[in-house]
Structures are given as C-alpha cells and as structure tokens.
Design a protein around this ligand. Structure first.
Ligand SMILES: Cc1cc2nc3c(=O)[nH]c(=O)nc-3n(C[C@H](O)[C@H](O)[C@H](O)COP(=O)(O)OP(=O)(O)OC[C@H]3O[C@@H](n4cnc5c(N)ncnc54)[C@H](O)[C@@H]3O)c2cc1C
Length: 386
C-alpha cells in the first residue's frame, strides 16, 4: 500500500525506471562517497547519458518539458539509494537553470539550457553569506558598474555543489537600495578571473555534495551575464518555490523511505529474548508511526508539486510541505537508527548516514523556523484559513 495520489502510468514508469537505475548504479558506493567526502559526479553523468538531466527544460531548448511532480518523483527515487547524488542532481538541475528559463534573456536560454540537458554543464546557486543567512537582505557582496559590465567583490558561504559546478547563479547587491530591493542575480562561470572556490565545508551529513565558500575579488561580470537586476528578488523567490519542492523535501522523503524499509528488514531478521524484534508489538507501533509520517509527507509533497504544475501554488503550501517533510524525515531516520541498536549507530549499516543526511535539510532552503514564520504570518493576516 502506498499513497501515491493520482500518478499517471507515465509518472509511475518514470519513478520505477529511476529507482532501478539508482539501485543498480548508485546504492553500492553511497557510503563510500560519504566517508571519502567525494561528490559522486559520475552518477550524474550516468543520469545525463540516459537522458535524465534537464528534464524540466522545454523541448525548444532540448529538454522534455516535464513538471515539478516528475522531478520530485525522480529525486525521491535517487535519494533512496544515495542522498548525495540526489542533492547533486537536484542542485545542478535546480535553481540556476530554472531561473535562467524563467528570468533569463533568450540569448542566455540558448547559451546555457541545452548544455544542462546534455549534462555538459553542472550548476550551483549561492545566496548565503557568513553574516546573511535567513536575513538575505543583509548580504554584502556587491557588484559595481564598470565599463561594459560589473566588478564583484565579496564572499559566499554554504554553496552546495560548488566544487563540481561550472556555472553559478550568485545573488549580489546590484544597487544601493537597502535590503532585498538592492539584490540582483548574476551568472558566473568557473574559471572567471577573480573568482575562487574555497575548501570543502564538512557538515554533519550530505558530506559528498562539494559544498564550499565562494570568493570574489574584483571579478568582472559581463553585462550579458546579469540574470536579473536589483529589485528582481520577488520573481526569483517564485522560481525558488518550484525548486524548493522538487529537491529538499523529496530527498527527505527518499532517505526516510530507505530508512523505514531497512529498519523493517532489520527487525524482521534480528532475534532477542527468543523472538524476532518484529514480533514485539511496541516495535511494530514504532514502524507504524514511521509509515504514517512517511505517507503524510508524500501526500503533502506530491500535492504541492501538482499545484505548482497546475500554476496554482501558494507559498504557504510550500512552507507546510517542506517543514513537515524535514521534521518527519528526522523522526523516521532517528527511530530507524534506534531500532537497530548499536548496529544502527555503526557505519556498517546505513542508518546513521540516513540520520545525518536529513539533518541539514531543516536548515537549507529556508529553516523550519523561517517557514513557520511564513505560515504563522498567513494565519495572522487571514490569508490562510483551515
Ligand atoms: C545542507 C545545506 C545546504 C545548503 N546549500 C546552500 C546553497 O546551495 N546555497 C546557499 O546560498 N545556501 C545554502 N545553504 C545555507 C542555508 O540557506 C542557510 O544555512 C539558511 O538560510 C540559514 O542561515 P544561517 O545558517 O545563517 O542561520 P541563521 O539565519 O543565522 O539562523 C540561526 C537560527 O536562528 C533562526 N532564525 C533566524 N531568523 C529567525 C526569525 N526571524 N525567526 C525565527 N527564527 C529565526 C533560524 O531558524 C536558525 O535556527 C545550505 C545549508 C545547508 C544546511
């Protein structure tokens, strides 16, 4: 039994095909990528060779024009086998090409989108700074007009996929307007003089996503690389809604599903007190709670993805789905680890990696507190009624 609301035959086939590819190709080395802090970029090449990169890009730019729900199904299946691969895939296929598609000039779309589809280009996006996380309006990196373009100075933090990306969408100050109003977006290619990528930043989990800080020292940005001018942040946040649902919560869903299945298998094979752990009613109830959490997450995330595809999304639905997915995944992976006792804490099994991998998802792409602020504001202002 699985609550997969209204999936078509094509969507089910896509889901099952990607699950099989991930199980056959990514699962075995997922633990090694984590231990060696090595982004499994060859997995993205495999997906590209099989035609699974840039699938949301419209046909006129070489893609398949698939929706957010299809991308969500894909990333969930990849995350079941390897969360790091799912992050690499969702980031390179995420905010940067989506922003180019929705906000870019025709020239920018033709220059970059087909190369994302073919897997020739990997992307990353960067807005956070050391002193500007939730409060994006406090960012300091600034690009000033210079001849035929701009000169950018400043630094960025926590950029996922930085170490493997070729093209970066970077949010910077493009005018003197205060707060978000002064922020615009620029496209910067790896190797641009004045742009350096720092050392790998090692977090608790998702340790093979090539996360690093970025440094800009009088870096020249040609005028044709301005993606959107100061004042365009609201438009970008709308683009981010799709990306926020396609990636982060679906990866939580995939990792949590893997943890639940592995825990069910573990208790069905381990004996204590002369009986299988799965015969203890108290442990069955834990598994039942995990399944309830998982299916509620799936229903919320798929529904939000469908609403985006139908052009009918409210950012509150995104905040609700992301927050629930983040916290359910933490609960599920925590209990899965507990069910396996000391083995659950050992690198011999995947339980501890699942637990570590979902932890940062409640911080990345808007913390659960910031998303609760959004939901609470909508309730207080009467924009949300139950
Ligand atoms: C796995 C991961 C991947 C990431 N990838 C990227 C990336 O690719 N690109 C990128 O630009 N950034 C990325 N980030 C950074 C992420 O966007 C920031 O960490 C996030 O926005 C929070 O900022 P901060 O860490 O500075 O925390 P802060 O903003 O300093 O927040 C600290 C704490 O205070 C709380 N808080 C802050 N303000 C409020 C408020 N108004 N009300 C209530 N509570 C509040 C927060 O919820 C949090 O608990 C990533 C982070 C993680 C963990």
């Amino acid at each position: 039994m699985s609550a997969s609301p209204r999936l078509t035959d094509d969507q089910l086939m896509l889901r099952d095909t990607v699950r099989q590819i991930a199980e056959n190709n990514f699962l075995e080395l997922a633990g090694e990528a984590d231990r060696k802090l090595q982004p499994p970029i060859e997995n993205i090449r495999t997906l590209a060779d099989l035609g699974f990169t840039g699938t949301f890009v419209p046909e006129e730019y070489g893609g398949l024009g698939l929706g957010v729900l299809e991308n969500a199904l894909m990333y969930e299946q990849i995350a079941r086998s390897c969360a790091n691969t799912a992050i690499l895939m969702s980031v390179t296929d995420g905010a940067t090409p989506r922003a180019i598609l929705h906000l870019g000039t025709e020239e920018q779309k033709r220059r970059y989108l087909p190369r994302f589809v073919s897997g020739e280009l990997f992307s990353a996006w960067s807005m956070s700074e050391a002193e500007a996380g939730s409060d994006l309006g406090a960012m300091k990196s600034r690009a000033v007009p210079d001849g035929d373009g701009y000169r950018l100075s400043g630094s960025k933090m926590w950029c996922s996929c930085a170490q493997v990306a070729d093209l970066f969408l970077v949010l910077v100050r493009l005018s003197d307007a205060k707060g978000l109003a002064g922020i615009g977006g620029v496209l910067i290619e790896r190797g641009t003089p004045g742009f350096t990528i720092g050392q790998h930043l090692d977090l608790i989990g998702l340790r093979a996503t090539g996360m690093a800080p970025l440094f800009f020292d009088d870096c020249h940005i040609p005028a044709e690389n301005i993606l959107f001018p100061a004042g365009g942040m609201r438009d970008l946040l709308n683009v981010f809604n799709a990306d926020r649902i396609a990636g982060n919560p679906t990866i939580c869903l995939g990792v949590a599903a893997a943890a639940l299945n592995e825990a069910a298998d573990y208790v069905a094979s381990r004996r204590q007190f002369g009986q299988l752990l799965s015969d203890f009613q108290g442990l069955r109830w834990k598994l039942a709670d995990m399944a309830i959490d998982l299916e509620a997450t799936r229903a919320l995330v798929y529904r939000a993805a469908q609403m985006i595809d139908e052009g009918n999304i409210d950012h509150i639905d995104v905040s609700i789905a992301k927050t629930f997915a983040n916290e359910a995944a933490m609960r599920i992976t925590d209990v899965a680890m507990q069910l396996a006792g000391a083995y659950g804490l050992s690198a011999e099994y995947s339980f501890e990696r699942h637990y570590r991998d979902v932890r940062g998802m409640a911080v990345g792409y808007g913390t659960t507190e910031i998303h609760r602020n959004n939901i609470g504001k909508a309730i207080a202002e009467g924009a949300y009624r139950a």
